[in-house]
Design a protein around this ligand. Structure first.
Ligand code: XUL
Ligand code: CO
Length: 435
């Protein structure tokens, strides 16, 4: 028996591009083979528990707009009802994965031991539902930014008791993720940053965060958790200055603390934009270091300048993201998580389902465009042509020589480079043929 929350909505089917049915996929066809792999296995979609089921529709000017049968979320009975309804939506969408924070799935009990009991109980309940439905856990994570105890940071908090509470929280969330067969564990440093330097010892905080992450990795190996540990860059919001600003900053941090072979990145499109980058830039930076882990596929509003966490709906952007993901070899343990919420006026169950249909479809469309560009090879050809000068033995050997030897070469051979076109517009026109 279902709850009736999604009454009138049937399991969403693939009907092809000519379908006029708003409750059907027009591009997402899980079994369709793209570059030798099923679409579902390329995209590895996940629903985010927090935005879809825990967020109540509040904004800085007003309270909840979404009225759900599992509100208020302060009771274990309603936490179970929320799980029941979440799995009803997973059944309708057929996406293979979901993700959670501890605080999304269990009510806040006010102290660590009771939170732990509640987490145990609800993850056992969710585990049974996963067995029945076959839906899997892409990643678990700890919410160490909402409750007031985290206001000055988690691992970077000046108070060692908060560091301890954070360490215990992450241990409990890795245990729960491991129990549920999660394929990754994410750490987003929501309050790992600062508001003013006047009260902040930046070096100490970074050292504490580096040690904290090493403790996490040591523990992962100790319990035999095979999933990937991921950190999620974001430049600001909620902290004015976040230590995990963007992919490049995180990579530098991970190398400094000896974590470059242990931790990868969970990149979010909206966070890339807040950092002044394109999503494909962040993906390419991570891929160049072998640190591309997973993605949060949610866009920001380009006019607002804050993290609006909207479902993706821009094919050219999504296509380029998947192009660089495919070029990097695709996902291994990672996937496409919709860290996205409906707008606060979208109060009906059908809005929630439709948002996911649209997000999944736009990603499928982007993936198909990306695969077509790879098969066509136009961008690869342009790239190898642009760098072809380096294929000559003379150019290649320059990298093995010294600054003076290169200097001598310029004098002896009277080198005087002739500028060559970067062909940006031609390449943009090329991409537009596919999207
Ligand atoms: C916040 C954000 C988080 C992380 C998980 O901007 O993206 O939801 O993805 O904590
Ligand atoms: Co995110």
């Amino acid at each position: 028996m279902t709850s009736g929350f999604f009454n009138g909505i049937e399991r969403i089917q693939y009907e092809g591009v000519d379908s006029q049915n708003p409750m059907a996929f027009r591009h997402y066809n899980p079994d369709e083979v793209i570059l030798g792999k099923r679409m579902e296995d390329h995209l590895r979609f996940a629903v985010a528990w927090w935005h879809s089921f825990a967020w109540e529709g509040g904004d800085p000017f007003g309270g909840p707009t979404l009225e759900r049968p599992w509100h208020p979320q302060d009771d274990m009975g309603r936490a179970r009802m929320k799980a029941d309804i979440a799995f009803e939506m997973f059944e309708l969408l057929g996406q293979p994965y979901f993700c959670w924070h501890d605080a999304d799935i269990r009510p806040e009990q006010g102290n660590f031991a009771e939170n732990l009991n509640a987490l145990e109980e609800i993850t056992n309940y969710i585990g049974e539902k996963m067995q029945v439905s076959g839906t899997k856990l892409l990643w678990g994570t700890a919410n160490m930014f909402s409750h007031r105890r985290w206001m000055s940071g988690a691992s970077t908090n000046p108070d060692p008791d908060v560091f301890a509470y954070a360490a215990a929280t992450v241990k409990s969330c890795i245990d729960a993720t491991h129990k549920l067969g999660g394929e990754n564990y994410v750490l987003w440093g929501g309050r790992e940053g600062y508001e003013t330097l006047l009260n902040t010892d930046l070096k100490t905080e970074l050292d504490h965060m580096g040690r904290f992450l090493n403790m996490v990795v040591e523990y992962k190996h100790k319990i035999g958790f095979k999933g990937t540990i991921l950190v999620e860059p974001k430049p600001q919001e909620p902290s004015k200055h976040q230590y995990d600003y963007d992919a490049a900053t995180c990579i530098g941090f991970l190398r400094k603390y000896g974590l470059e072979n242990e931790v990868k990145l969970n990149l979010e499109q909206g966070h890339a934009i807040l950092a002044g980058h394109s999503f494909e830039h962040e993906i390419a930076v991570a891929a160049a270091e072998g640190m591309l882990g997973s993605i949060d596929m949610n866009r920001n509003d380009y006019q607002s300048g804050w993290d609006t966490d909207q479902f993706p709906n821009n094919t050219p952007e999504v296509a380029l993201a998947y192009y660089y993901i495919l070029k990097a070899g695709g996902f291994t343990t990672g996937g496409t998580n919709f860290d996205a919420k409906i707008r606060r006026q979208s109060i009906d169950a059908v809005d929630l389902v439709s948002a996911h249909i649209g997000g999944m479809d736009i990603c499928a469309r982007g993936l198909k465009a990306a695969a077509a560009m790879i098969e066509d090879g136009g961008l690869d050809a342009a790239l190898s042509d642009r760098y072809s000068g380096w294929n000559t033995p003379k150019a290649a050997s320059m990298l093995e020589s010294s600054l003076e030897q290169v200097y001598d070469r310029v004098i002896d051979e009277d080198i005087n480079p002739a500028p060559k076109s970067g062909r940006q517009e031609i390449l943009e026109n090329y991409v537009n043929r596919f999207v």
